[in-house]
Design a protein around this ligand. Structure first.
Ligand code: F6P
Length: 555
């Protein structure tokens, strides 16, 4: 029997059909109509918790939409899935693992059991060691091999072992110690390592090798180059002990690499890579902002965890965000979501969210292995900070043929106040969301032209903004560590909610495997002295390998 079976479980639910039926009644209505019909719309669709104010009023939804989506969420068992995650059930079924990133931010004294063992003390034991280490490095007590204090920290990692710390270190730069500089190396392209270490003094450089598995090709290649760079400069392997620490779940691999496990900060297989920035993977962040601020970050995560677990679905922020995302993607057919933070410190937030959402829910089979046929799962996440994006791709969002739901993120106060800059920045957030929703009609265009001296009919269609382009605006007071934690947990749980409705395993990532396997096979074919037999490849790939070898003088 074929392993590929069509998935009918979701699409045959009456609640699923009810949402589809509802799209037909809503389709002809413009956001202008929806606002005109319901004066309380802004209040009705705005929600607040954990310091985040979330306004969905400019989404193409009505009260009835939410009723039907919430009924669907209940039919999909969302509440019991949330309970299952928090209670340590092995919901990552293909890897037989629990999914307990919420335990990473559980306060000491809380109990989260996995296989009869409370994992919270383990989390706090590592946090304590990280804190002690961070204080020593920040205070200059931890010195390099020659006795000089550490001035630069280089984090080597990729994917979840890079994107979270990169994003968080940028986001919290205004809280960071000026005594340490931070660089991040992720790409196996040697330029990344060469540029990140350019100008650094090896005697004052600390490498964090961050890898959950400690087998990732890119990270190990960069870590080996880092060791060669350091040992070459300091003249002895003994220097490794004072210039390398590891963050990993794999003590044996860390040891085999040559890093003393006394200098290793562990985490656990129940933490997915893309859910790990608040584990020891966040060591670079803790070194930057200190253990106390890192604790505030964790408290922000935890506040949102409690809200997600306890708030009723109809007032549950991550649940509503996840349902709105599903509504736009699966039921209204949008293929992407633009992530538009109006805070320069969140310049890497879209990249972070890309992995979180797309590696979690970019799936085409259900939890029980049936092929999804008949609905779309994860959209493409992309974005840039505002206002820069406005001068680049917003043209398409306003007037292109596709509808692209937008997520605006802004803060009431800047961490770097400068004259009127912040008001100018925030005026743009509100203006963009308004323009997207309401647009500008042909009559409005003509009236504006007439006021300026004459109507040029040929220009009217070009100047029309159709509007009815959905967005959510998330507003918080200030980008503090607590706010960042709440914002990230908000998205983690929204992604979880999406995954439950789409009926996929949000916690595995088999889709990254095949390319890795093929690359491993191709490396020796590129490097072989004699022409390798390339019969195992298709003609296109074999031709590219041959041409590469010729260009490298290996033909
Ligand atoms: O890209 C696949 C992946 O496994 C991600 O899920 C993960 O974040 C990344 O590689 C890095 O993995 P590791 O931390 O094990 O080096």
């Amino acid at each position: 029997m074929s392993a590929i079976r069509p998935a009918t479980a979701r699409t045959s639910l009456p609640e699923w059909r009810a949402v589809i039926d509802h799209t037909r009644t809503l389709a002809p209505q413009h956001l202008r109509d929806l606002f005109a019909e319901d004066p309380s719309r802004a209040d009705r669709f705005s929600f607040e918790a954990c310091g985040l104010f979330v306004d969905h009023a400019k989404q193409r939804i009505t009260a009835e939409t939410l009723v039907r989506l919430l009924a669907l969420a209940e039919a999909c068992g969302l509440e019991s899935r949330i309970d299952a995650m928090f209670s340590g059930a092995r919901i990552n079924t293909t890897e037989h693992r629990a999914v307990l990133h919420v335990a990473l931010r559980a306060p000491a004294g809380e109990r989260i059991m996995l296989d009869g063992r409370d994992v919270v003390p383990d989390v706090h034991e590592v946090l304590g060691r990280m804190g002690a280490f961070a204080e020593r490095v920040r205070g200059g007590a931890w010195t390099g091999h020659t006795g000089r204090r550490i001035r630069t920290v280089v984090n080597i990692g990729i994917g979840g072992s890079d994107l979270g710390p990169v994003m968080a270190n940028d986001a919290l730069k205004s809280y960071a110690t000026p005594d340490l500089a931070f660089r991040f190396v992720s790409n196996v392209d040697g330029s990344d390592f060469v540029e990140a270490t350019a100008g650094l003094d090896p005697a004052e450089t600390l490498f964090i090798v961050a890898s959950k598995t400690f087998t990732t090709l890119e990270t190990l290649a960069n870590a080996r180059s880092a060791r060669d760079w350091l040992v070459g400069a300091l003249g002895t392997e003994a220097a490794v002990a004072k210039h390398f620490v590891a963050v990993s779940t794999a003590a044996a691999e860390v040891s085999a690499f040559g890093i003393d496990t006394a200098n290793m900060f562990g985490f656990w297989d129940w933490v997915g890579g893309r859910y790990s920035m608040d584990s020891a993977i966040g060591l670079a962040t803790m070194l930057a902002v200190g253990p106390e601020r890192f604790g505030e970050l964790l408290a922000g995560f935890h506040a949102m965890d409690v809200h997600f677990r306890e708030a009723p679905l109809e007032r549950n922020l991550p649940v509503l965000q996840g349902l709105v995302d599903v509504w736009n993607t699966t039921f209204l057919g949008s293929g992407s979501i633009a992530v538009l933070p109006y805070d320069h410190a969140l310049r890497r937030f879209a990249a972070y969210l890309q992995q979180l959402a797309m590696e979690s829910n970019g799936k085409r089979v259900t939890l029980d292995g049936a092929t999804i046929d008949g609905y779309d799962t994860c959209p493409v996440y992309w974005g840039e900070p505002g206002t820069n994006g406005q001068h680049s791709f917003y043209q398409l969002i306003h007037q292109g043929t596709r509808t692209i739901p937008c997520e605006f993120i802004g803060f009431a106060r800047s961490r770097r106040p400068l004259g009127r800059h912040h008001d100018l920045l925030m005026a743009n957030v509100f203006a963009q969301a308004e323009a997207l929703a309401f647009g500008r009609s042909a009559d409005e265009v003509r009236a504006e032209m007439a006021a300026k001296g004459g109507v040029d009919e040929s220009l009217v269609p070009h100047k029309v903004f159709p509007g009815n382009r959905p967005s959510t605006t998330i507003l918080a007071e200030e980008l503090t560590p607590h706010a960042l934690g709440a914002l990230v947990a908000y998205h983690e749980h929204a992604v979880f909610t999406q995954g439950v409705i789409w009926n996929v395993n949000s916690f595995d990532q088999w889709g990254v495997e095949l390319g890795k396997v093929l690359a491993t096979r191709i490396v020796p074919e590129l490097e072989a002295a004699a022409e390798p037999p390339l019969s195992g490849h298709d003609p296109s790939t074999a031709g590219l390998i041959r041409r590469y070898r010729t260009l490298r003088g290996r033909g």
